[in-house]
Design a protein around this ligand. Structure first.
Ligand code: FA5
Length: 343
């Protein structure tokens, strides 16, 4: 081999060694481009060697050209191997750092909680369901017929004064109002089905009322049980058992004689809050006139009805002294009733 060829071989070996060690030291694919240009590009270290071919003896030229080409190919392979290694490393790094830990608890926004009155309502509906009452409901906008007349409360009846409410103007139906009680659901249910009937109907009711124990919008649960042999003893037994289940056997509860046009006899029930008696429900034996109004025969069937004041029951459960706290929507007040502690 001529000296010139030996020198060329040494230079090529240097270039390859240099490239190999540079490629080992880099960490990112993007760094490859300038390095590759510096070796294999037009202005790279191989170019002057190719240019020098012309100055060689004609006999040495093919061998020198072959040496350069072999080295060029070897370098191209080296660069490609390096590129693949760096791409693979990048993928592995991403997989390691961006891994999703499926055991982490999910992220969620604060979505609030059930209002204390709704919590009590849900619990009462559950409990009464266990007593065998079926769940039903009725509209909040009612007609005077369902809310009053068919409940034995004609327009002139003085008991209407206690249930003054919000009346609605509507060109089509006269006498529309926001229902003052859930009792119209009694009428709707009895008109649509034959006895026996055993239902509860929770919902909002509306009255022109506002003080510490009266809210203009409040909640009742109506109960109605009609059959051939339901008596006042069933009424008292059912409601006593219900209130004892809610508040325990020690809580003083009293039944007072009362008056509702749609029940006879009628009672009101108070629960002792620790400082005073709080009236929580009205009840009574369904009046024969109401049974007749819905097409039932009072000689054949009878039963009892009750209307629970849900907001009042919530006040007793949570020791709330003023009903208005429940509806002021002050989050500091409401947070206290979030199940499992404040959020
Ligand atoms: C009635 O509304 C009757 N419909 C209940 C009834 C049903 C009697 C079936 C007989 C048979 P009263 O107006 O008393 O009755 O209301 C029932 C309960 O609702 C009361 O005992 C009280 O706990 C609650 N309540 C009444 N007015 C308000 C008010 N403005 N704010 C909060 N709770 C009230």
């Amino acid at each position: 081999m001529s000296d010139a060829l030996a020198e060329l071989q040494r230079q090529l070996a240097d270039i390859e060694r240099e490239a190999r060690s540079t490629l080992h030291s880099i960490a990112r694919e993007s760094e490859l481009v300038p390095i590759r240009a510096g070796v294999l590009g037009k202005k790279g270290v191989l170019s002057p060697l190719l240019a020098a071919l012309g100055k060689l003896d004609g006999s040495a030229r093919p061998a020198a050209g072959a040496l350069i080409n072999v080295t060029k190919l070897a370098l191209e392979v080296l660069f490609e191997e390096a590129r693949l290694r760096l791409v693979q490393q990048a993928i592995e790094t991403r997989v390691a750092t961006e891994r999703v830990d499926v055991t982490l608890p999910g992220r969620r926004s604060e979505i609030g909680a059930t209002h204390p009155v709704q919590q009590v309502m849900d619990d009462l509906v559950d409990l009464l369901g266990q007593f065998g009452f079926d769940l039903t409901d009725g509209p909040e906008v009612e007609t005077e017929d369902y809310n009053f007349n068919l409940l034995n409360m004609p327009a002139s009846h003085p008991a209407r004064d206690m249930q003054d409410t919000f009346y609605l103007q509507n060109g089509l139906v006269a006498g529309l109002l926001m229902r003052t009680q859930t009792s119209p659901v009694q009428v709707r249910t009895m008109l649509s089905q034959k006895p026996p009937v055993r239902i509860i109907a929770p919902g909002k009711v509306f009255r022109c009322d506002a003080d510490a124990t009266h809210s203009p919008v409040f909640h009742q649960i109506e109960g109605l049980w009609i059959d051939t042999d339901v008596t006042m003893a069933d009424l008292k037994g059912t409601l006593t058992h219900f209130l004892r289940t809610l508040y325990g056997d020690d809580r003083p509860v009293r039944f007072r004689p009362s008056f509702f046009p749609f029940t006879e006899p009628s009672v009101e029930v108070d629960v002792w809050t620790g400082t005073r008696w709080m009236e929580v429900l009205g009840a009574g034996m369904v009046h024969p006139n109401v049974l007749r109004n819905v097409g039932y025969d009072p000689e054949e069937v009878q039963g009892f009805a009750f209307g629970l004041g849900v907001d009042r029951l919530a006040m007793i459960r949570y020791g709330i002294t003023d009903i208005r706290y429940l509806w002021e929507n002050d989050a500091r007040f409401l947070r206290q009733f979030v199940a499992g502690g404040a959020v």
